[in-house]
Design a protein around this ligand. Sequence first.
Ligand SMILES: Nc1ncnc2c1ncn2[C@@H]1O[C@H](COP(=O)(O)OP(=O)(O)OP(=O)(O)O)[C@@H](O)[C@H]1O
Length: 381
Amino acid sequence: MPYASVIPVAYSTVTETPVITTTGLRKVYHSRDRESVALDGVDLHVREGEVFGVVGRSGAGKSTLIRCVNLLERPTSGTVEVAGTDLTALAGRSRRANPALRAARSRIGMVFQHFNLLASRTVQDNVELPLEILGVSGRERSRKARELLDLVGLADKAKAYPAQLSGGQKQRVGIARALAGDPKVLLSDEATSALDPETTRSILRLLRDLNEQLGLTVLLITHEMDVVKAVCDSAALMRAGRIVESGTVAELLGTPGSELADELFPVGGEPSRPGRTVVDLTFHGEVATQPVISQLARTYNIDISILGAAIETVGGRQIGRMRVELPGAFEENVVPIGFLREKGLRVDVADLATPDAGTPDTEPPAAEPDVDAALVEEAAK
Ligand SMILES: Nc1ncnc2c1ncn2[C@@H]1O[C@H](COP(=O)(O)OP(=O)(O)OP(=O)(O)O)[C@@H](O)[C@H]1O
């Protein structure tokens, strides 16, 4: 079951204030005989109060990016600003973190895929660790750690050791520890990748609750689209060290040709026979409640077949995708497609291989004709 369908959505207030900004971020790793460009000019903008997901294939640069945001990795060039502080300027040239950088970092929590708990310390002592490093007194550390364990639902495990906990419980301890410095920002590096689906759901729900209750901005990296669907307000797609798409989920869904939108809401269905036009429709907001397809059928007196459809809830709003088949070739459907676009739907003409259509596999697909130009021509007739 996808995570999105069971996580109640009540979203926190996202403001336009930038909380994480990277500009021209580059990271080049040098090994003996070769160099590897992990980040190749990343401009990332995360707004206050949002949950922002970065997705991409293995090796795309996601981990490097998130580790550069708190300067666990020093970028080769470019800047990182978090909550109004330029961390790259604070870092200077030294490889060791100076007190100013350490203080700024304490306001950035980090959660790891494999929890990174100290096996020899109790749960409470693990949560206290960052406070010890900050020089907080024993009594205050203990009070704060118990408060945080309560917040993540583990008050009764304070005296347990990590080995006595389940994976989900370990991650809750990791999250409590990440919150010890009262961060404004939480970075999550594949926090749910080592967990089963049910535990993943409970950890995602916890992250969402913390985002709402504490106004925490969350930057997470994941390879699972269901995670983005379940908790993210915005997302970016990385490829070969670059961000190739970025925006709010609603913006992405409204962007023709968006790869992220297609991966978030895949909709399938094969054409019934060659010589027909297959289009993918995305509708959200008010248009989702209007009978656009029946209006189209009546207005142009055409039969429309629905090949596939999916409705999901994102950010508390209904988003629908539908694959429909129109009779005739694309050129005959320019006006109906324009009608759908005028109604506020995102329309992507599906580029499907139709084996019987006589198109050799090697031939590049025909480009979609310029619909707007065709409509102008139609109007001028
Ligand atoms: N310490 C390192 N030394 C050399 N190359 C590195 C180092 N860390 C990462 N790289 C390289 O940088 C590129 C980006 O790696 P990164 O781990 O950031 O990708 P990723 O998207 O997080 O992948 P995954 O999902 O597999 O963790 C890869 O080509 C990787 O081999």
